[in-house]
Design a protein around this ligand. Structure first.
Ligand code: SAM
Length: 256
């Protein structure tokens, strides 16, 4: 099973290694999550049409419904049950669709190592023991790299770390103490808008990018206090217009 990072939205993000793996693949598996991200499915289809020169099949499975109504006490059990049903479904799909020596692939958004569950799912299927397979992970250009390139910034300062986190965690916990450079993904709550930005130690620049690498790319950079309202407004407008938004941003604390 190949898990192939296809980049963050620009067809030119695809690496030569990814193209080579795609041309060793018999069956491309896709998961229909029932969401409205037709543009993303479109990019995958376009990449196959442009780069795969040998016969292949595309097989789509429907992601099992997850019980999101479960109260907090039942949450872990609900997620565990859903993951188990998902592993069982994918195991059957692999067993049914791939011959003994067949090669399958998942094309994953960005890089497989960053906020993507595919490698974990395949681990889970392997652990069930029903089908035996090897996994090859092919790195891709993540939204984080696309953001840095679009703004022409270096993510770390000299000899310093940076942290990648989620919007939910930033909203719940605030900026992590001792970290001056924070990349935020998966923000469904405008977490940047609530970051304290007025104290002497808490002035931030924000480098924000939506639909990075696509013709719809939008970038905003500035002092967080000055641009956060504009970004919140843009997010709402773009989401309403397109039906979905994918954005990533770097928060950079002013040098003390
Ligand atoms: C489920 S994660 C997948 C990350 C992906 N594996 C990667 O390496 O970029 C989805 C999040 O990635 C970010 N993202 C992915 N593609 C993006 C794009 N083209 N522009 C901006 N953000 C993007 C957003 O923060 C989004 O909420």
């Amino acid at each position: 099973m190949y898990v192939i990072g296809i980049g963050a939205g620009d067809p030119d993000h695809l690496t030569l290694e990814a193209v080579a793996a795609m041309n060793r693949t018999d069956v491309f598996f896709t998961i229909d999550k029932g969401d409205a991200k037709g543009d993303l499915a479109g990019l995958r289809a376009d990449l196959l049409a442009r780069h795969v020169t040998r016969p292949h099949r595309v097989v789509t499975a429907r992601d099992p419904q997850r019980d999101r109504s479960a109260a907090t006490a039942g949450y872990a059990a609900a997620v565990g049950d859903w993951q188990e049903r998902r592993a069982a479904l994918y195991e059957r799909m692999l067993a049914d669709e791939l011959g003994d020596d067949g090669a399958g692939a998942f094309l994953v958004w960005g890089d497989p190592a960053l906020y993507d569950g595919t490698l974990r799912i395949l681990d889970g299927i392997g652990a069930r023991g029903g089908v035996a397979f090897d996994v090859v992970s092919i790195p891709g250009i993540s939204a984080v790299q696309a953001l840095a390139a679009a703004h022409r910034v270096v993510l770390n300062r000299v000899g310093r770390p940076f942290l990648v986190t989620t919007g939910r965690r930033l909203a719940d916990e605030g900026p992590p103490p001792g970290v001056d450079d924070v990349v935020v993904m998966l923000d469904a709550v405008d977490a940047f808008a609530a970051v304290p930005a007025d104290g002497p130690d808490s002035r931030w620049d924000i480098y924000w990018g939506a639909y990075l690498g696509t013709p719809d790319q939008v970038l905003v950079h500035g002092d967080l206090r000055e641009v956060r309202d504009e970004i919140a407004r843009l997010r709402a407008e773009l989401r309403a217009r397109k039906g979905w938004i994918m954005d990533t941003y770097l928060l950079r604390r002013y040098a003390r």
